[in-house]
Design a protein around this ligand. Sequence first.
Ligand SMILES: Nc1ncnc2c1ncn2[C@@H]1O[C@H](COP(=O)(O)OP(=O)(O)OP(=O)(O)O)[C@@H](O)[C@H]1O
Length: 315
Amino acid sequence: MSIAIELQDLRVDYGDLTAVNNLSLTIDKGEIYGLVGPNGAGKTSTLNVLATLLVPTYGHVRMAGYDLDRDPDAIRARLGYMPDLAPVVGNLRVWEFLDLYAASYGLAGTEKSKRVDECLELVKLADKRDVLCGTLSRGMTQRVVLAKTLLHKPEILLLDEPASGMDPLARIDLKDALQSVATTGATIIISSHILSELAEMATSIGILHKGRLREHGDVHDVLASMEHAISKVEIELVDGREACRDWLASHNLTATLPEKQPHRIHVELAGGKDAQATLLKDLVQANFQIHGFQARRSSLEDVMRAISTEPEESE
Ligand SMILES: Nc1ncnc2c1ncn2[C@@H]1O[C@H](COP(=O)(O)OP(=O)(O)OP(=O)(O)O)[C@@H](O)[C@H]1O
């Protein structure tokens, strides 16, 4: 598979603040890559560099076969960028809005109207062709802007928080639209601060925290690689739930007591299977009557939280 985007040691400083810190990654052609991180992680700064809107402090960027520092115009011509909350013109019909932009890309006549219709098909909005942009829902508006971003057949699409504020159904429509765009061979980067939102759409993810890439790869591989770092267990006791909670607290383990399950305790552990086995052994030795001990799968948000609370790496 050929590489669409390559970053080497990308760094973005704003004065004393390092927003992106030696970021290196490669993204294959046709991938939907999710860049995820909490607020301030450096996602927008990274996307702004890729969109050629921000000159990095240092680092090497290669996109669509061109070096960013040598051929920014060649990259721009192959790039589609959709910022968060991109505007539409409310009193234009969907096709008119797209037609306007298609003309600005130099398309004319039947070629122009054909491309407008193709893009509407790609984002699954052909039936909204004649609707006024101002009457569309947020999810549909985002897809109209996506259609606009596709008009010039970009090889690389950069979408900053495209799903923010969307309800689950609108996210499914966006996911379907992105998947159909990816089948045309385009490479897509989408950013979000919500990992589960991206996991629905992305083929791979990179988790950014304080400008550094903490995990990177296939969504399921990232989860699996984190299983050694954190795990959750559900303990079911015959009785003595509060005493067990106090015992766990005295061993620096945080437990939650689910309200509707009076005999159960949820515990978060630093560590995977070994840590779970040790905990079970210690609980039995401390004479707690264990009725059940079940490891629970870490959610994507657990992974995110674990990464956010990891100690800082030294420079
Ligand atoms: N133009 C700027 N000048 C100074 N600091 C900036 C500038 N832009 C961003 N920052 C800082 O750089 C860090 C990374 O910001 P960035 O917007 O890239 O992160 P983000 O992951 O996109 O966050 P968010 O989801 O909040 O937009 C933050 O601490 C932010 O305050």
